[in-house]
Design a protein around this ligand. Structure first.
Ligand code: ADP
Ligand code: MG
Length: 378
């Protein structure tokens, strides 16, 4: 935060009007359920995008990122439309556009961005940028915007300005996240419930393992999974797989379609079971088998894991994790492991050794602590 504030002050000779931030996220459970009208259970990470901003003096907005040394990108926040800006600044300009489209006033801004959310690791660095910019625009305009509306503006920027056809989980987690809480989201109607997830009180940690595996064919495979789910829903005569029951799914004649649908239906059940356990104040260790079952389902039924991911999951369990699974869309990205505090070193070392033995790039391992969502920080 101080880095970006100091950079702003040094460049402009005045302090920013404010500093705002928004986090990346990790999904505890509920994978590929979002486009099936189902349930997801992400939480906000401590890693965040931070924005220092002030109204601009002239008719142009200028935005910079510490992570993009090529310099400032200029556009008019008051008139920018999709197609005007590409590259990283599209996430910023797109949020200005979507904010305006939602009927809110947008003036020109000087904006500095800094983020410690790893880019492209499936931790939603893009939503962190959009939500940080969105909350900054609201602050600069002096308008009160509800968290869910802010998430919708951020998602619109990503879908319609950047052109990435993503669901709304990332932005909802980034705005609704709270320290010590999971964001239980029903993607059918965007209702949110915060669920307690106090790991420290139970002597546990949730480790995030960034496998740094190359993302192979993720785009095409994502589209293929969505199409399979739509075919399954059509064959079952339900509006979405959220409405399907397992007994009917098991009677689907096509083996691949049956397995795809089985993943979605059982994954929704696992999300609900995790929420039920945690809301009833159970020991979080009890969700371990559900995390494991989620991984098996993604590996065997949905077929979206890759060797880097499967090896990290196996090694984490060998090292003492009470549950582990891939998180995110698949074909690389991150693994999460629920680990007794005393086994953190053993789990980390076991995963690192498994990678070293195979000659793979060392994974990054860090604690994922549920943290606060988007807001003003200075
Ligand atoms: P992720 O899984 O990290 O969200 P995406 O491909 O959706 O991956 O978004 C990554 C993109 O978001 C980057 O390529 C960049 O354009 C933009 N981005 C994220 N963080 C920053 C940052 N700190 N500065 C500039 N652009 C950023
Ligand atoms: Mg993203």
């Amino acid at each position: 935060m101080t880095v970006v504030t100091d950079a702003f002050t040094a460049r402009h000779g005045r302090a920013p009007a404010g500093v705002w931030s928004a986090p990346g996220r990790v999904n505890l459970i509920g994978e590929h359920t979002d486009y099936n009208d189902g349930f997801v259970l992400p939480f906000a990470l401590p890693h965040r995008a931070v924005v220092a901003a002030a109204p601009a003096d002239g008719p142009v907005s200028r935005v910079r990122s510490v992570q993009e040394p090529s310099g400032a990108v200029e556009f008019s926040a008051a008139s920018v439309v999709p197609g005007d800006v590409d590259g990283w600044a599209a996430y910023v300009a797109g949020t200005c556009w979507a904010f305006r489209e939602a009927g809110h006033p947008v003036g020109e801004v000087e904006l500095e961005l800094d983020s410690d959310v790893p880019v492209g690791a499936g931790l939603s660095s893009s939503a962190a940028v959009e939500c940080a910019v969105g909350v900054a625009l609201a602050g600069l305009a002096g308008v009160e915007i509800g968290a869910t509306e802010l998430a919708r503006i951020a998602r619109r920027a990503e879908n319609e300005f950047v052109g990435a056809p993503t669901g709304g989980m990332d932005q909802m987690a980034s705005v609704h996240g709270r320290a010590g809480r999971l964001v239980f989201l029903d993607t059918r109607d965007d209702t949110v419930e915060l669920v307690p997830f106090d790991l420290a009180a139970h002597g546990l940690e949730l480790l995030v393992i960034d496998t740094r595996a190359p993302h192979a064919h993720a785009g095409g495979e994502y589209g293929a999974r969505r199409a399979d789910c739509e075919r399954a829903a059509a064959a079952l005569g339900v509006p979405a797989l959220r409405d399907a029951v397992l007994a009917d799914v098991e009677r689907l004649p096509d083996d691949r379609i049956r397995r795809r649908a089985r993943h979605v239906v059982t994954e929704n059940e696992r999300v609900l079971e995790v929420v039920r356990l945690l809301a009833a104040d159970a020991d979080p260790r009890e969700i371990g088998p559900l995390l494991d079952a989620s991984h098996t389902s993604m590996r065997d039924d949905f077929e979206i894991t890759v060797p880097h991911v499967d090896v990290a999951v196996e090694a984490a369990r060998d090292g003492g994790a009470v549950g582990a699974r891939m998180t995110g869309g698949g074909f690389g990205g991150c693994v999460i492991a629920l680990v007794p505090a005393g086994a953190v070193t053993a789990v980390t070392t076991t995963v690192q050794q498994a990678y070293a033995e195979r000659g793979w790039t060392a994974p990054l391992v860090f604690p994922g602590t549920p943290s606060d969502g988007a807001g003003r920080v200075g």
